[in-house]
Design a protein around this ligand. Sequence first.
Ligand code: MSP
Length: 506
Amino acid sequence: MSNFRVNENTDPAALVVTTPIYYINGEPHIGHAYASIAADIIVRFKRLDGCEVHFSTGTDEHGIKVARSAQAANADSYEFCNIMSGTFQNMNKAINLSEHDFIRTTEERHKKSATAFWKLLEKDIYKNTYAGWYSVRDEEYVPESEIVDGKAPSGAPVEWVEEDSYFFRLSSYQERLLRYYEENPDFIAPPARKNEVVSFVRNGLKDLSISRSKFTWGIPVPDAAPHVMYVWVDALTNYITSLGFPENKDNVSAMMRNCIHIVGKEILRFHAVYWPAFLMSAGISLPKRIFAHGWWTHDGQKMSKSLGNVVNPFDTIKNYGLDQLRYFLFREVHFGEDGDFSEKALQDRTSYDLANDIGNLVQRVLAFIQKLGGFLTINYDFTPSEKILFDNARELVGKMRTKIDKQDLHGALDTVWSLIAESNKFVNDMKPWVLVNTDTLRLNAILTVLCESIKAIAFGISPFMPDTASKIFGFINTRGEAFIELENNFTDQKFPVPIPLFPKEK
Ligand code: MSP
């Protein structure tokens, strides 16, 4: 009877999802939480869908920026990293990141991996002198032509660097990259960002300086002291370290083909130009997709430490609730676009979308069943209008899958909210309370289809709001571990007493 299918178009064995690894020069903020929650939503969806997913995140600990922050804190670099990396691990607990590999670039496994990776690139590496501008805040070389009023395009200060350096022959990858973008039109998303990357590459690629010789806080270049690797070469390699590189290169390469990198728009160039060129040089497959998300401002202003307006994820979760935040971030703006964070907008979303729409639906249906003694005689013998809601409920996850596979997280939530609206309207139209004394058979069918719809909704919100979903699963005696459970019909049963999902005082 069901038209539900699991995994029509995904290879269940090999999905890899990554977040950027975060610089630990400061405390985690909402921007970091955002990228990680986005990846977590995709991972949770795919796991519920029956895929095995490798999920990696972590901290980017080398480079001048981190070394200087440690100095400023009067701390040894490594001790500083231990403490700061710990705060990011705490963030992951606070945002309910599902099981993952947390990788630190100061770990031995990573040093081994970056060293082996460098050796694979050697045919494209030569020694020369770098003389030019460097932005420590962005950990990026800035061409003279991009300097505006003595600053990097990001507004960060730049300093002059002149030192021996190893270079990677990036220029020789220009044509191959352009061909790859052409042949793999979904490699970079969203499309507007892809166009920026393509025109950047078309404008000509210069060879890239990939080592530093005047400071030490990095991974040594093999047999080339005092050179340490440029922090971006070190950092990008984390993705394959997590897959077990340098062991089983073929397997790592195969997994990379099914890998989705979630990154912020300002670091897309590193992921969509440098990283693919490195991988081509190393003979490792390129990732399946690089998705660049937008940036959050706070009450219309850029977030910055100096303005003191950085949104702290720990405080926001304490004040407004975790699922409320996870929902807000992906409902308020289309994933890929910039957004503005405000406490008022978060509270409004909580009252309208969560307490009113979904909270009310669950409460009005399940509390009503309690009025009937908490026991429901299940009836799947549906009238056409009941059948429409039933079919829509069973089709929800399939509709979401096509959105999630495009990283359209906002669109996926939209489909859930349509079903919530349809279900609330169904209750209003069917008026089950009128049927209590007149038609028990219809009443049971109406409540059965509503429970089916609530079950589908709980599965639909589960990747976004795992705690709320698990409360709903508890109310309807459902395990909530895999979408395949949607195929199971309810049987006659006693329902536990529901408690309000989003009480007003929160
Ligand atoms: N360490 C590098 C990434 C290396 S990945 C191989 C880095 N770290 S970061 O800590 O500066 O930034 C990490 C991510 O946080 C970026 O993807 C960035 O887009 C994101 N955000 C930082 N501020 C942000 C907002 N205000 N809004 C949304 N995301 C933002 O770059």
